[in-house]
Design a protein around this ligand. Structure first.
Ligand code: AMP
Length: 191
């Protein structure tokens, strides 16, 4: 199965993505994690993206897309994958659609994980990541609202909304149920 998980920073997206990918037996492809691994490893890509990641700005689309193309072309992604943190805007979504159309392997489901703003802020401030300064958090939330929420319309008919408030296991159960629910004739997801 080929899936996306979308949600604001702090909605528990990374945690739920890891659990979902494990349950489905597909790789969890997080662009943020891939960038951070490159930063930590001091790779050429890491040096190229450092200023963007540190400040909470988006890395240029082309750089990000090349990295995603490389990752989803690896053998473990043959049966499917869960993209987390990508696409982040319509340009990236158009690119992904074109790439996957070429493989006759479109995105089948989009999980939208939501939570109220106050829950999001509390969670982000408590996770203690290096790029979790108030400025970077605010910038990422702003970018999310401006550039990422249009993806919900873009993937209309494949999107399932999941409430991200609650215990990790409970939210995971909701996510699994949503992903497994069949599409109706109208292309909407039930439940
Ligand atoms: P995240 O872990 O998803 O919050 O991503 C951390 C940082 O990585 C972001 O603030 C961006 O600088 C960069 N990043 C992650 N995903 C993308 C993407 N799809 N496009 C551009 N930059 C990204």
């Amino acid at each position: 199965m080929r899936l996306l998980i979308v949600g604001p920073q702090g909605a528990g997206k990374g945690t739920q993505a890891a659990l979902l990918a494990e349950s489905l037996g597909i790789p969890h492809v997080s662009t943020g994690d891939l960038f951070r691994a490159n930063l930590a490893g001091g790779t050429e890509l890491g040096m190229l993206v450092k200023k963007y990641v540190d400040s909470g700005e988006l890395v240029p689309d082309e750089v990000t897309q090349d990295m995603v193309a490389d990752r989803v072309s690896q053998p473990d992604a043959e049966p499917g994958f869960l993209l987390d943190g990508f696409p982040r805007n319509i340009t990236q979504a158009d690119w992904l659609t074109a790439m996957l159309d070429g493989r006759h392997a479109p995105i089948e489901r989009v999980v939208l994980l939501t939570a109220p703003d106050q829950v999001l802020l509390d969670r982000m401030l408590s996770r203690g990541r290096a790029d979790d300064t108030v400025e970077a958090i605010t910038r990422r939330l702003d970018i999310y609202h401006r550039e990422t929420t249009p993806l919900i319309d873009y993937y209309d008919g494949r999107v399932v909304h999941v409430d991200g408030v609650g215990e990790v296991d409970e939210v995971h159960r909701r996510v699994l149920e949503a992903v497994r629910s069949p599409l109706t004739a109208a292309g909407e997801l039930r439940g």
